[in-house]
Design a protein around this ligand. Structure first.
Ligand SMILES: [Zn+2]
Length: 294
């Protein structure tokens, strides 16, 4: 992703939040236009009343217009993964004008076929459709399921891509997961994480395969639930072929998870996330997270 198309707005607003992590965050995009000395003739040409009008115009811009649009990478093992635990977030972000790139570490196993087609062809097609449903852009890495490992070569490929994309936030699998591809995808992102600068890192869950997940952030996804369902439905062919013969089972399991998370925070349905830390100088996800009810 060329850096030349990155948003360059320079004014933003930190949302007030009850959470300590939010209050510790710094809005890095609050900048000034640089020093202006009295020797600059252009400044003297502005009469005082014009300067006042310009200042009033600047301060009257709405908070929505001031918010810098972010680039968020959701990095997953498989094409359907984000439809389980992160599609609501993706839909809310893109609805608010933020850019979401959905990256997939692997799309196929060996030479397995689905409906006579190579699995990779089917899964890429499905992922492209589900990304369209939630407003995201797909990115496919070309590793086979059984060959995905967090070795030096793969780490270099993922790290180079992240450096090129320059995300503001990355969201990936909670690292303790029974599926090795989820575990490796999370490990690859984690090894690219820097304690300072770079991007903030969040984890998402995938239901039964995610173990020991302790979310501290909940997102009400009721407003985008139809979009999330539509995104999952795009993966119907591959899920029926490699996951479950019951076409309703995936959504039923997702519903169990998001309704349980919703009950934990007082809404109908929610997705749950964990933030590693709120790094100074790095934006947080610009969504209204809610806390777990005690
Ligand atoms: Zn998966």
């Amino acid at each position: 992703m060329p850096s030349s198309i990155r948003p360059t707005a320079t004014v933003g607003v930190c949302e007030k939040s009850k959470r300590r992590k939010w209050s510790e965050a710094i809005c890095p995009w609050l900048t000034t236009s640089g020093p202006v000395t009295s020797s600059q003739p252009v400044r003297r040409q502005f009469p005082i009343n014009v300067s006042i009008i310009l200042i009033l115009a600047l301060v009257s811009v709405s908070p929505q217009a001031q918010e810098r649009k972010l680039r968020v990478v959701v990095f997953s093992g498989h094409p359907d993964d984000p439809m389980w635990g992160a599609a609501g977030l993706m839909a809310i972000l893109t609805r608010n004008g933020h850019e979401v790139i959905s990256a997939y570490a692997t799309c196929f196993r060996d030479d397995r076929k689905i409906g006579g087609e190579q699995e990779g062809v089917v899964r890429r097609r499905e992922a492209t459709a589900s990304c369209k449903a939630v407003g995201a852009t797909p990115k496919f890495f070309d590793y086979a399921h059984e060959k995905l490992v967090a070795d030096a070569e793969t780490l270099k490929a993922v790290g180079s891509w992240l450096e090129e994309v320059k995300p503001d936030v990355v969201v990936t699998h909670w690292p303790i997961d029974t599926h090795p591809n989820h575990h490796v995808a999370s490990s690859l992102v984690w090894q690219c994480y820097k304690p300072r600068s770079g991007w903030n890192l969040y984890f998402y869950e995938l239901g039964r395969q995610t173990l020991g997940f302790r979310p501290d952030l909940y997102l009400d996804i009721e407003a985008v639930i139809a979009i999330k369902k539509r995104g999952l439905d795009c993966h119907r062919e591959s899920l029926l072929a490699v996951s479950s013969k019951d076409p309703d089972e995936p959504w039923r399991r997702i519903e169990e998870m998001q309704r349980r998370r919703g009950a934990e925070c007082g809404v109908a349905r929610a997705e749950a996330y964990a933030l590693v830390e709120a790094k100074a100088g790095c934006p947080l996800l610009p969504v209204p997270f809610i806390e777990k009810q005690r």
